[in-house]
Every structure is written in structure tokens, then in C-alpha cells.
Design a protein around this ligand. Structure first.
Ligand SMILES: [Zn+2]
Length: 227
């Protein structure tokens, strides 16, 4: 039996992640404010998600099937519903009413509640963060439009012999490319690159904790609902 079908299936699984194309917008309105995160998503002026045009009272529906992690009022964010869909935390705010309960599983399209009033966002705010990574915010538009798993934010290696990083590591935060660059310079194997990525990740997490502490010192509720 030829190995070609198996290889094709594996490539499909890596580059056409089903979850990256199967979400639906939580409301019907257009984009009013884009995702804007540089290296530190907690600095002033960052926007850790997108805002979608929605009038107060409009229904909010689950973009993806998953489990309800948070359903209630959170600090100054008002009503918040956070779902876990695969490896992602998906947050909706502000909500006026909430019709789901934490701990339950829901289908894609299930009604979560209704849009609330708030001045911090232009309509409904939708945030997506990789589970377990405080700095793991990504642009939710990646999930709402069918795009390849890799985006322009993850440039391809320029050399003819790219390091063989696992796909999941290579797709993470661009700030973690330190390991990739090290491997490219030395031309060594994936193990060294992976170790570099792990070190960069640990540094990023330490920075995240330090920033989080500063955030909480200066503001008791620093956008608490978005992840
Ligand atoms: Zn927003």
C-alpha cells in the first residue's frame, strides 16, 4: 500500500485545522475594532480581541461547540461568558443577560445571552486565548474566516533546511521564535530548537506573571473577563 494517502491525510490535519474554519460569528454585526496586540497584550492601548457591531439586547450565540468555563458578572466587565473550545478560551462581553451555566457543554450556535451596554468596547467583544498561556491571545478573525492554519504572522524559514519544529510549537506566539532562530543559525536538530522554544516560553510566562502583578496593583480589575 502506498504511503501517499497517509502523508496527505497528515498534511491536511496539520495545515487545515478543522477548528480554524468552523466557527461562526457570535453576533451578525460587522467588525468595529480589530485585534491589536504587540509583544505584551497587557500594555496600554492593546486590544485582546475584536469588537463586533451589536445593539444592546441582541442575541449572542456560541461561535464554537465547547464547555462553559465562566458565566456571570466579572468585575467591571459586566456579564461575561467564557467557553473552552478545543484548546482555546473564547470570551464574550459585555452581556446583559446570560442563559448558560458554568460546567455545561453547549453546541455551536447555542444562545449564550444578550449583548449588554458598555463603554470599553464597540459592541460585543470577542476574545480568544490559547488555554494555559496568559500571553496566548490570537486574532479571533482567524477562526471566523476559513484560512490556512499558518498565517503571515508566522513567517516561513528562509533557509532550504528548516528546523523540524512540531507544528503546534511553530504556530505559537511569534515572540517564541528565539528557538527557531537558534536552530537555523547552528543548523542543528529539532531537539535543540524545541528546548529553545521551551526556554522562551518560560521567560514569557515569567514576564506575564510580573506584568499581571503590576496590572493588578494599578487596576484591581484589569479587563478580567477576557480570558
Ligand atoms: Zn473589545
Amino acid at each position: 500500500m502506498s504511503a501517499a494517502p497517509v502523508i496527505a491525510a497528515l498534511l491536511l490535519a496539520v495545515f487545515v485545522s478543522p477548528s480554524a474554519a468552523a466557527w461562526r460569528p457570535p453576533v451578525t454585526g460587522a467588525l468595529t475594532r480589530p485585534f491589536a496586540v504587540t509583544t505584551n497584550p497587557f500594555e496600554a492601548g492593546q486590544h485582546r480581541g475584536i469588537d463586533l457591531d451589536a445593539a444592546p439586547g441582541a442575541p449572542v450565540r456560541a461561535p464554537c461547540a465547547g464547555r462553559v468555563l465562566v458565566a456571570g458578572r466579572v468585575g467591571t466587565s459586566g456579564g461575561v461568558v467564557t467557553l473552552r473550545c478545543g484548546g482555546w478560551r473564547v470570551t464574550h462581553l459585555p452581556l446583559a443577560t446570560i442563559t448558560v451555566h458554568a460546567g455545561t457543554s453547549i453546541a455551536r450556535g447555542a444562545r449564550l445571552g444578550t449583548v449588554g451596554r458598555g463603554s470599553a468596547h464597540a459592541g460585543l467583544h470577542l476574545g480568544v486565548r490559547r488555554e494555559g498561556e496568559r500571553f496566548g491571545y490570537v486574532d479571533p478573525l482567524r477562526f471566523l474566516t476559513p484560512t490556512p492554519h499558518h498565517t503571515s504572522s508566522t513567517p516561513r524559514p528562509r533557509t532550504s533546511r528548516p528546523p523540524r519544529l512540531p507544528a503546534t510549537a511553530a504556530c505559537r506566539d511569534p515572540s517564541r521564535r528565539a528557538g527557531t532562530d537558534a536552530a537555523r543559525r547552528t543548523g542543528t536538530d529539532a531537539a535543540r530548537a524545541v528546548a529553545g522554544v521551551a526556554r522562551a516560553g518560560a521567560r514569557a510566562r515569567r514576564r506575564g506573571r510580573a506584568v499581571a502583578r503590576r496590572d493588578q496593583d494599578s487596576n484591581p480589575a484589569p479587563h478580567p473577563g477576557d480570558g
